[in-house]
Design a protein around this ligand. Structure first.
Ligand SMILES: Nc1ncnc2c1ncn2[C@@H]1O[C@H](COP(=O)(O)OP(=O)(O)OP(=O)(O)O)[C@@H](O)[C@H]1O
Length: 650
């Protein structure tokens, strides 16, 4: 019965999304004013392709290839008169694409990933010459490689799922270490990870095509739920470890993958939300969704060359290539709101050019509303999250992230702030090849945090310590914080022991009085001081003062749990407890009894703080948290006299 209710709810959701899309669409406006022919000829094809594609009802193949995929990707520009690579094609030389690393994964575009033991590399995403890149598979500087094998969804689920098995392009990857003698061995007990080969697809760039994408996704999810419900009727509910998945046929593995692939195609705000969720642990997000979001975290689909050139031409002018020696059309990474390409400046400096997908900045509002509608109708979000406030904050943050000029300013500011801090490096911004939708920065090397987890304990402890130290510094020393804890925003460069920092789109300042009280609260949590936690929580706006004892207890316990790593000197072992799981258990009570949403500053701050903790947990690091906090505290200047409040208890 519950299954049928879920299906009905989904069907309602799909209808609503489609209805909204129709209401807002300029194309339908045109139709209303009589331009039916234009409507049909211009839209029908795209509509059908997008909707069925996103619904997972048609084959997930690239639709924009005009012929066989070109293998050439690096375009060299002449030093002579200004050239325009996109329009005139005045290209000096074209070389075949090398194996390109993308956030630690080796991707050879236009070719299926094969059994590739040793070919793929935990090599960083930057800083190599062309010759070096070609040889990237041979280098072993991080003593670890990945083994990848193409599999179909059927292989993975082993249930003969009908969902376009061969076209999903997922590969299973098992972590593999190189032993001292140079022989590789697969780590025992490492669960296979689904990987996805990027597809080249146009970004749906008009509000109509985007809204339609969501409607298509809704239809696909409804279909998936129907299939799962039917399966459960016949074979019974599977005995699943994950409680939520056992209850809801919506949370099937197929639906989760459908969601992930649609987000990769849509890109923009919806994908960003998915990426944010993907770094949570399974105590907060149902397991199948988390597994699918892990695919999302690996990167989006790739926009085709024509769409890319349109953005470059309109943002930098048709002569943009005159400032470059070369430009690599194969992206280094396809992120949520932009695609990153390697290029070389005239003076030989290697740079990363982040190029924003067209239409995503303009569609933040509608994308998030569409996601909200899907969430509402699938009933996935528990009541009490004060979603409206969270959504308002997310919209504002995303709008800021789409302004690359703002990101450039943030990056330069961080570069100054961290200039004298050992162990961190912020790449330079290249102003004259940057604009609101193109950001060019110095290319840096390193492996993301989740890959550092494969390195030795000493390195993991070091990186964990540096990450936490940076987080505390940002909040309590700079009062200016990069609030996106995505693991690939911290690239650890083993030879120099540097953490290269990228992605400053989400950065914000915190007011002095907020930071004063927040520091007092952290210290109260570290010292398990109940009264001070409650007092500071009221001052910060977490509590109204009218809360029930149950709520106060849950709130204080959650605070103590967060304070646990800071409670004792001598290093906290993040392998010892699962803080996030314990907090999420308390969260259930807090959701029920919470009287007020958290203050606006807190959404991004807590995302960053929990990201830092999750990174340390992922690394299994032992970090001297209390010492780091005390060091920050010793140097802290409170703006008012009540600083004694905290200092007395230290
Ligand atoms: N300066 C750089 N040097 C090396 N690699 C870079 C650089 N800038 C970006 N990259 C690569 O591109 C990826 C995406 O870049 P970035 O995080 O800035 O984009 P984004 O749109 O903000 O992404 P996200 O979706 O992660 O928020 C990075 O994870 C990294 O692999």
């Amino acid at each position: 019965m519950a299954s049928f209710q879920n299906i009905r709810r989904l069907a309602d959701g799909v209808f609503l999304v489609a209805f909204e899309a129709a209401k807002r669409s300029p194309v339908f406006e045109a139709a209303r004013s009589g331009e039916i022919e234009t409507l049909v000829s211009k839209s029908l094809n795209k509509v059908l392709v997008s909707a069925t594609d996103l619904a997972g009802l048609t084959r997930g193949r690239s639709r924009e290839f005009s012929g066989p995929r070109a293998k050439e990707s690096v375009v060299f520009f002449s030093d002579g008169p200004e050239t325009n690579a996109s329009a005139s094609g005045s290209v000096c030389e074209v070389i075949p694409s090398a194996v390109i690393t993308n956030q630690g994964e080796s991707l050879e575009f236009g070719k299926e990933l094969q059994e590739s033991s040793g070919e793929s590399e935990l090599q960083s995403s930057g800083g190599k010459t062309e010759e070096q890149r070609v040889n990237v598979g041979e280098s072993r500087d991080l003593d670890a490689v990945k083994e990848e094998k193409v599999v179909t969804l059927g292989d993975l689920t082993n249930d003969g799922a009908s969902y376009e098995e061969k076209d999903v392009n997922l590969v299973v990857s098992a972590e593999k270490r190189v032993t001292d003698g140079g022989c590789a061995e697969i780590s025992a007990g490492v669960a296979p990870v689904k990987r996805r080969r990027p597809r080249e697809r146009r970004v749906p760039s008009t509000p109509f095509s985007r809204a339609l994408g969501f409607a298509g996704l809704g239809a696909g999810l409804a279909w998936g739920t129907l299939q799962e419900s039917a399966k459960r009727l016949v074979f019974g509910t599977p005995d699943l470890e994950d409680k939520q998945s056992a209850i809801s046929p919506f949370l099937s593995e197929q639906n989760a993958e459908r969601l992930a692939l649609a987000l990769c195609r849509m890109r923009g705000a919806a994908l960003k939300l998915g990426q944010m969720l993907s770094i949570q642990d399974d105590s907060l997000v149902p397991k199948p969704i988390l597994a699918a979001l892990d695919i999302v975290r690996q990167g989006a689909d790739v926009m085709p060359r024509s769409q890319l050139n349109d953005v470059l031409d309109s943002e930098l002018g048709p002569n943009w290539s005159s400032k470059l020696r070369s430009f690599d059309y194969e992206p280094l990474a396809a992120a949520s709101i932009g695609q990153v390409h390697r290029a070389v400046l005239k003076d030989g400096l290697e740079v990363a050019m982040k190029i924003q997908y067209p239409g995503v900045a303009e569609s933040i509002e509608s994308d998030i509303e569409n996601v909200r509608r899907l969430l509402d109708y699938t009933n996935l979000i528990p009541k009490g999250l004060f979603l409206d406030r969270a959504i308002k904050v997310a919209k504002e943050e995303l709008a800021r992230e789409c302004d690359y000029l703002l990101e450039a300013a943030n990056q330069k500011h961080f570069r100054e702030l961290l200039a004298n801090s050992e162990g961190y490096y912020v790449p330079m911004v290249i102003d004259d090849i940057s604009s609101k939708k193109v950001l060019t920065t110095e290319l840096v090397t390193g492996v993301p945090v989740d890959k550092v987890a494969l390195l030795d304990q000493e390195t993991r402890n070091y990186v964990g310590k540096k990450l936490l130290e940076l987080t505390l510094k940002e909040l309590f020393a700079f009062r200016f914080m990069q609030t996106d804890p995505n693991w690939s925003n911290f690239l650890y460069d083993e030879p120099t022991k540097m953490i290269n920092l990228i992605d400053f789109g989400a950065a914000r300042e915190y007011p002095q009085n907020f930071v004063d009280d927040y520091l007092r609260m952290v210290i109260a949590c570290a010292n398990s001081d109940r009264d001070a936690v409650i007092e500071m929580s009221r001052r910060l706006g977490f509590l109204t003062g009218e809360e029930s004892e149950v709520m106060l207890d849950a709130h204080v316990q959650a605070g103590f749990l967060v304070g646990l790593p800071f409670s004792k000197s001598g290093g906290y072992d993040f392998r010892s407890t699962n803080i996030t799981r314990s907090i999420s258990d308390l969260g259930v009570t807090m959701l029920k009894h919470r009287l007020t949403p958290p203050p606006d500053e807190v959404y991004s701050l807590h995302r960053k703080l929990s990201g830092a903790f999750l990174a340390c947990i992922k690394l299994g690091a032992v970090v001297p948290c209390r010492e780091l906090l005390l060091d920050v505290y010793r140097h802290y200047q409170f703006s008012d006299e009540s600083s004694q409040l905290a200092s007395s208890s230290l």
